[in-house]
Write a protein that binds this ligand. Structure first.
Ligand SMILES: [Mg+2]
Ligand SMILES: [Zn+2]
Length: 234
């Protein structure tokens, strides 16, 4: 484990809920660290926006355009029922780039929490990197240790919530997530489809995930050992 990140970008870490069991374990002197499933936000919990002009997908930039996947809340509830803490870990450089306000980002995150809660899905923590090396807002212009693919946010969460990273998973839809998860010592689950393009990208980036599944919906089953396609074993 490395030392604390130079900057813990946790300015908007709203209402972190530490599960009672974690606290009880610490108080009783137990060494049991909890297992966690870290989840990326955009493309994992909520859909991406398609920009027809640019011909590519982007993270949504307003709460109005943010659409939480209908299965996300139930998936998180099921993951938690397997004994994992579920922690959101996301790069959100939009405020730094003046693409949206902090107030709007807070509204978006509140919407994610509300939509998940409708199906019994409650996050145990939310960690955001607000930085960008080319930020327009000076206070966020930083080559920080918490922007994925660096593992700073995961290491911070592990310290705060007493997590066992080796027994934890990172679920993301980008190779940046795979790299951050691997750097933190977690197992990694990439959401995507097994295509030649994906395979060559994974090889080029040296970012081979432990598992590849199509959506968060498959993750509870994967963790329960019921299904899942192991890329490494293939
Ligand atoms: Mg993503
Ligand atoms: Zn950062």
């Amino acid at each position: 484990m490395t030392g604390p990140p130079a900057t813990a970008a946790t300015e908007i870490r709203p209402r972190r809920r530490v599960p009672l069991t974690a606290t009880n374990g610490a108080l009783s002197g137990g060494h049991r660290r909890r297992r966690a499933v870290f989840v990326d936000r955009d493309g994992v919990l909520n859909d991406l926006d398609y920009d027809a002009e640019e011909g590519r997908v982007n993270a949504p930039l307003s709460s109005a355009s943010l659409r939480v996947f209908p299965y996300a809340g139930e998936s998180i509830r099921r993951i938690k029922e397997l004994g994992f803490s579920v922690i959101l870990v996301s790069n959100q450089p939009g405020v730094a780039k003046r693409q949206l306000t902090m107030a709007e980002l807070r509204r978006m995150n509140a919407k994610v929490r509300q939509e998940l809660a409708k199906h019994g899905g409650h996050l145990d923590g939310e960690y955001y990197c607000m930085h960008h090396p080319e930020a327009l807002v000076a206070k966020y212009r930083l080559d920080c240790d918490c922007r994925k693919p660096k593992p700073g946010l995961l290491l911070q969460a592990a310290r705060d919530l007493r997590l066992n990273l080796r027994q934890s998973y990172f679920v993301g839809d980008s190779l940046v997530d795979v790299k951050a998860g691997r750097a933190a010592g977690c197992k990694t689950v990439l959401l995507g489809h097994s295509t030649t393009f994906m395979a060559s990208l994974i090889e080029k980036e040296h970012a081979e995930p432990d598992f590849l599944v199509s959506s968060l919906r498959q993750v509870p089953g994967l963790l329960a050992g019921e299904s899942g396609h192991s890329v490494r074993a293939a």
